[in-house]
Write a protein that binds this ligand. Sequence first.
Ligand code: GLN
Length: 287
Amino acid sequence: MTLQDFKLKMVSELSSIYEMDELNSIFNLLSEDYLKIPRSKILLADEIHLDESNQTLFLSALERLKTHEPIQYVLGKTTFIDLEFKVNSSVLIPRPETEELVRLILKEDLDGKEIFDIGTGSGCIAISLAKNLPNAKVSALDISIDALEVARENAKLNNVNIEFIHADIFEYHLDKKYDVIVSNPPYVTESEKLKMKKNVLNYEPEIALFVNDSDPTKYYEFIINFSKNHLHANGQIYLEINENYKYDLNLLAQNYEYKIIEFKLDTHNKIRFLVLSEENQLEKNTH
Ligand code: GLN
């Protein structure tokens, strides 16, 4: 079987699941990873004959893809902010929106500051911040021991030091303040779940994604309240959010006397990020 033969087989067997451009990118990812050829050379490699072990690799990937398993889990890795991250089904696959959140934080001058990531999952936020802010002290919490295992591996892979904390944030008590609290908590409601694709529903960890329709902002309320005691005077909160709850979040921020720095759109023009800081901090600091 040549690489081209595999591509034709893959396109015919997956075309009911994926668009052509997605298929092309999946094919490129498999070829780069299994044949160790750079993307620019893949087109020229059409006639390469796949030896038996490569053929097994490609065909077993195809079988997994046919069940709607995401390519990132099939490969066991993905890229986030130009860094490599291991992933498996105990962590959410890092999303491009979350890269935008990290880039938003990196616009601030935060080197040397203390940062706390709540619900770290694969560690993508904490690790990419630590990598880009070599003097920052980054802590990251998750309730899932399996997720933390992945996050720890990723910290090692990317050569950064993170303090990992295994705890349920709702039960977590500490006597410490941070300069930045960041979180991409679960924010997809059970009713929105109905519209989601099988690749997300069957493979990604529910615990990282879903909240009850009856209390869709519970993580935000907790984090905003928690931050009252755990944020330094000029500290900020960076949150990835569900656009549908922007009014509730706005109200929450006001009730807890935070200043809304911005509601920010993602590249699909959805309101996706909320940045808060303590209200009247200037007045407070002059006392
Ligand atoms: N952005 C993710 C999605 O739509 C959700 C992430 C989250 O719940 N924090 O799949």
